[in-house]
Design a protein around this ligand. Sequence first.
Ligand SMILES: C[S@@+](CC[C@H](N)C(=O)[O-])C[C@H]1O[C@@H](n2cnc3c(N)ncnc32)[C@H](O)[C@@H]1O
Length: 274
Amino acid sequence: MGSPKKAASGPTMAEQADRHELYQASVQNSEFEIDFMDATFEELVGRKAISMREDFCGTAISSVEWIKRRRGNTAVSVDNDPEVLDWGRQRNLAPLSNDQRKRIELIEADVRDVKTDKVDMIQAYNFSYWFFQERKMLLDYFKSLRESLVDDGLLFLDIFGGSECYQTQKEKRKVDGFKYVWDQYEFNAITYELKCAIHFHFPDKSKMKNAFTYTWRVWGARELREILADAGFSETIIYRQEFDDETDEALDEYVATEEADDFACWLGYLVARP
Ligand SMILES: C[S@@+](CC[C@H](N)C(=O)[O-])C[C@H]1O[C@@H](n2cnc3c(N)ncnc32)[C@H](O)[C@@H]1O
């Protein structure tokens, strides 16, 4: 007994693991995301949302959570990678009832080109719009989102800020059965281009390196609000994650605010009205 060791032969834990399963378990909390969107929409708009579009949907787990939430809810989920969409179809959509499956549509397309019916809510999460590094490209994307929302719809983006955005760093976190490693391995202080990767480490000491890699531009909250305004959004609200006063730990609580100290890292949602 004792600590787990690498088996003398046979595949390692990393070789047997499925990167999308690990990603869903370590990065995503679709139940929380949908709780936040559902409650915020009702509070700001005064009715319940029905239709949602999920951009950069990956395995579409958030859309699945949405259509399960209420009979009648619908989702359109867009990603340009057929491999991850297939995974989502087999693992997240297949277990649904026929009625639920009819209310979700997966579209393989670039989010900048796709044309969808107008929806109540659009989400673009995990900072994926940071793939768009040129202002004009981001502006055009935001304009297309504005056109894809009903008049009283809402756009939900996530955002992070603080000094840690502008530096290389590694952060490790224990998850059930493995370790999640967030690796900001290159930052260009002129272009604000940030290269990051997700690695997974296992108890048998095996590693899945570069399970996911991203090249982003770090966008600031203020400039994003300006670009959203230029794209025709009338108002943006920042919901910043709260910290425990005593332990300084991040809480699952987001409050609308214009205030933020010089945090090393803060997470938030940016909610925009057409
Ligand atoms: C970080 S994952 C986001 C998954 C999920 N939305 C989340 O919140 O964790 C980014 C996804 O965006 C997709 N993607 C990247 N560029 C895209 C584009 N221009 N159009 C559509 N999908 C894109 C990738 O294939 C990948 O599945």
